[in-house]
Ligand binder design. Structure first.
Ligand SMILES: C[S@@+](CC[C@H](N)C(=O)[O-])C[C@H]1O[C@@H](n2cnc3c(N)ncnc32)[C@H](O)[C@@H]1O
Length: 293
C-alpha cells in the first residue's frame, strides 16, 4: 500500500449523516459564512487525492464544518489542523471524529479562529499543505493571507466557486479574465492549475453556483526574498499596483511613492516604463521596484 492511500479507518459522511449532524448540533447553515456542506464520499476522496498529500503532511483545513473533508483527510495524513470560525461547529468536530474515526481522533487539532487573521504562532505546528472547501465569499482573501503568512505551506488544493477557479488558474495572457487576482496570488505563492469541477448536488444546502478545484504549488525558489520585511515591501507595491490596475504605473503608484513624480523616478530606477500597467509586470520587476523605496 502506498504512503498516501486511504487507511479505510474513517466512516465518511453521506447525505443522511450530514442532515442528522446539523440537526443534532442545531446548525442552521448561513450564506454569510458560506456554509454549504459536502455530503458525498467520492467528492471528498477526490479532493484529498488531487491534493497529493501523504502521511507526513500536516494539513491545514479551513472551515471543516461538519467534518466531511476532515474525515477523508484524517484517513490519509497523520495530522490535520482545522481552523473554523463558527464556535458551534468547532466545538462539535472532535466528537464527530471520535465517533466516526476513533483510531484517528488524536491526529486532529481544532482552532476556533478566523482564517483571514490566523497566524502561525496560534497553531500547534507549521502546516505543509492547505486542503479546504473554502467559504466562497472570502476564498481569495483567505488564500492570499495564508500564502503570505505561512511560509511552511508548500501546496494547496482548494474548492472555490467555478468562476474564481477559472480566474485563479487562467493562463497569463488569456483575454477577459481578471489577471490581477491570479498574479497577486502568484507573486505571493506559486503556480496554480485547475483540477476539475464539482457539481451542486454534492452540497447541502444546494448552492446557487458550480464549484471548481484549484491546486497551487508554491515556487520552490520564491521570486522574492522570504524575510518578513522584504516581503512586506514587495507586497505593498504589488497591492498598490493592482488596486488601480487600469491606470498606468506612474498614476497607480503615486500614493505608494508619495507623488507621481517620485513614482516615475522609482519606476525608471527599476528599469520599468512608467506608462505600463501593473498587470504586465513580473515578480522580478516588483522586487526591483520595492528595492527603490
Ligand atoms: C463551504 S463550507 C465547507 C464545510 C466543510 N469543509 C465541507 O466540505 O462540508 C465553509 C466552512 O468555512 C467556515 N468559515 C467561514 N468563514 C470562515 C473564516 N473566515 N475562517 C474559518 N472558517 C470559516 C464555515 O463556517 C464553514 O464551516
Amino acid at each position: 500500500m502506498s504512503d498516501d492511500s486511504p487507511r479505510g479507518q474513517a466512516a465518511l459522511l453521506g447525505p443522511a449523516e450530514v442532515r442528522t449532524l446539523a440537526e443534532e448540533f442545531g446548525v442552521r447553515p448561513t450564506k454569510q459564512l458560506g456554509q454549504n456542506f459536502v455530503h458525498d464520499a467520492n467528492t471528498v476522496r477526490r479532493i484529498v487525492s488531487v491534493a497529493g498529500v501523504g502521511r507526513d503532511d500536516v494539513v491545514l483545513e479551513v472551515g471543516p464544518g461538519l467534518g466531511s473533508l476532515t474525515l477523508a483527510l484524517l484517513d490519509v495524513v497523520d495530522r490535520v489542523i482545522a481552523v473554523e470560525i463558527d464556535p458551534k461547529l468547532a466545538a462539535r468536530l472532535p466528537e464527530t471524529v471520535a465517533q466516526r474515526a476513533p483510531e484517528l481522533a488524536g491526529n486532529l487539532d481544532v482552532a476556533l479562529r478566523d482564517a483571514m487573521k490566523v497566524r502561525p504562532d496560534e497553531l500547534p505546528v507549521a502546516p505543509t499543505a492547505l486542503v479546504a472547501n473554502l467559504p466562497y465569499n472570502v476564498a481569495v482573501p483567505v488564500l492570499l493571507h495564508l500564502f503570505a503568512e505561512f511560509p511552511s505551506l508548500r501546496t494547496a488544493l482548494v474548492m472555490v466557486q467555478s468562476e474564481v477557479a477559472d480566474r485563479l488558474a487562467a493562463p497569463p495572457r488569456q483575454q477577459g479574465v481578471r489577471r490581477a487576482q491570479r498574479q497577486g496570488l502568484l507573486l505571493r505563492g506559486g503556480a496554480s492549475r485547475r483540477r476539475g469541477a464539482v457539481g451542486r448536488a454534492v452540497f447541502w444546502p444546494v448552492p446557487q453556483v458550480e464549484s471548481g478545484l484549484v491546486r497551487i504549488d508554491r515556487y520552490t525558489e520564491p521570486p522574492w526574498p522570504m524575510d518578513a520585511e522584504s516581503r512586506r515591501r514587495v507586497f505593498a507595491v504589488v497591492d498598490a499596483a493592482f488596486a488601480q490596475r487600469r491606470k498606468t504605473l506612474r498614476a497607480a503608484l503615486s500614493g505608494w511613492a508619495g507623488s507621481a513624480a517620485e513614482a516615475e523616478r522609482r519606476l525608471i530606477a527599476a528599469g520599468i516604463d512608467p506608462s505600463m500597467r501593473g498587470e504586465k509586470l513580473d515578480a522580478a520587476a516588483f522586487v526591483r521596484l520595492a528595492g527603490t523605496e
